[in-house]
Design a binder for this molecule. Structure first.
Ligand code: HEM
Ligand SMILES: *[C@@H]1O[C@H](CO)[C@@H](O)[C@H](O)[C@H]1NC(C)=O
Ligand SMILES: *[C@@H]1O[C@H](CO)[C@@H](O)[C@H](O)[C@H]1NC(C)=O
Length: 324
């Protein structure tokens, strides 16, 4: 490599160094949408059917399932470390501050996995199931589709410490959010478009209370009064409010319309429209739903490529909640 680069022109040298340092480029080459075409041809249809059933039973489940893939990918890469229960060699991520009592849908993932195991034992990874489920959940509530790249393997380890360090918190500032995403090689635009996932789902009073009661002026007063009704200054921590107050069960661009109207629910939502460089991206998506859909799909593919285990690394877990 060094002698090869020595012979090459300086611009080629820069390119070679960039490629050799960038595991995202390498992983894109290794994952493929057709990975299970020969080994488990009905895997994708099986997953899709199960997700459709779960979402038709409870529409919020689409949101809960989409969130799981995000919380998996930001910790050790997209390796299903999120799904491991506490054990002798495992510090479960499920009890990390950002996950505990908040993540939902594990039983859906377990059910999908057991159906897929029954048709192709030991073939389809839990990490790939999370990625496909996230796509199918998005589609089930009217969102865009994308060709999920497959071939990830599952880790035999998890890290609660890494989960607490890497997952963004609802009280983060814009600079902290940028750093959280930059850590995963995701840029400011990726941050804004992936936050658009908050066009569906619910949050608990405990995580947005401070935004309703602090002296911050970047909030619509009518919205503040409305949300205070179900989120008193003391108590009611578990009370729910929709992340998108207009259409909480439809994947659309109202999340951005809300931010422009200063009606973001989480502090971190409104940080994206608060007088900085991300404002123009929020405005763009608030006016152009098609751009949001296209960019969201592309960013989900990018997020799904975060440090996968491939080749002989990791394992294909038999059940998602424990290593083999
Ligand atoms: C930008 C940083 C982010 C922060 C600080 C954040 C934080 C949160 C918080 C605090 C909740 C509510 C949890 C609760 O009250 O139990 C939530 C819900 C949710 N988040 Fe995020 N999130 C972020 C980005 C994302 C991304 C990138 C995605 C997916 C691509 C996502 C998907 C969701 C979904 C769908 C829900 C609703 C889940 C449900 O109803 O079960 N979030 N998020
Ligand atoms: C908000 O501002 C008012 C007046 O400026 C002040 O009296 C009050 O203590 C502040 N509240 C908080 C939570 O900072
Ligand atoms: C927006 O900016 C103001 C002024 O810098 C700041 O006080 C506030 O915390 C920021 N965030 C939100 C969500 O309003």
């Amino acid at each position: 490599m060094a002698s090869l680069a020595y012979l090459a022109s300086s611009s080629t040298l820069v390119l070679l160094l960039l490629i050799s340092n960038n595991n995202f480029i390498e992983s894109q080459a290794q994952l493929s949408p057709s990975f299970y075409d020969q080994t488990c041809p009905y895997a994708l249809l099986t997953i899709q059917a199960a997700v459709r059933t779960a979402v038709s039973r409870e529409s919020r489940m689409a949101a809960s399932l989409l969130r799981l893939h995000f919380h998996d990918c930001f910790v050790q890469g997209c390796d299903a470390s999120l799904l491991l229960n506490e054990g002798p060699s495992i510090t479960s991520e499920k009890t990390a501050f950002q996950n505990d009592g908040s993540l939902r849908g594990f039983e859906v993932i377990d059910a999908v996995k057991s159906r897929v195991e029954s048709i192709c034992p030991g073939v389809v990874s839990c990490a790939d199931i999370l990625a496909v489920v996230a796509r199918d959940a998005t589609v089930a509530v009217g969102g865009p589709s994308w060709p999920v790249r497959l071939g990830r393997r599952d880790s035999a380890t998890a890290s609660r410490a890494l989960a607490e360090a890497n997952l963004p918190r609802a009280t983060a500032t814009l600079d902290e959010l940028r750093a959280n995403f930059q850590n995963q090689n995701l840029n400011e635009r990726d941050l804004v478009v992936l936050s658009g996932a908050h066009t569906i789902g619910q949050a608990t009073c405990g995580v947005f209370r401070s935004r309703l009661y602090n002296n911050n002026s970047n909030i619509d007063e009518g919205f503040r009064a409305l949300r205070r009704r179900d989120c008193p200054i003391n108590g009611g921590d578990g009370n729910l409010a929709p992340l998108d107050l207009v259409t909480p069960n439809t994947f659309d661009n109202n999340y951005y319309v809300n931010l422009v109207a200063r009606k973001g629910l989480l502090q971190t939502d409104q940080e994206l429209f608060n007088g900085s460089s991300t404002d123009r991206i929020v405005i763009e998506y608030s006016r152009n739903e098609e751009a949001f859909r296209t960019d969201f799909a592309a960013a989900m593919l990018k997020m799904g490529d975060i440090r996968p285990l491939v080749g002989s690394a990791g394992q294909i877990r038999r059940i998602c909640s424990a290593p083999n």
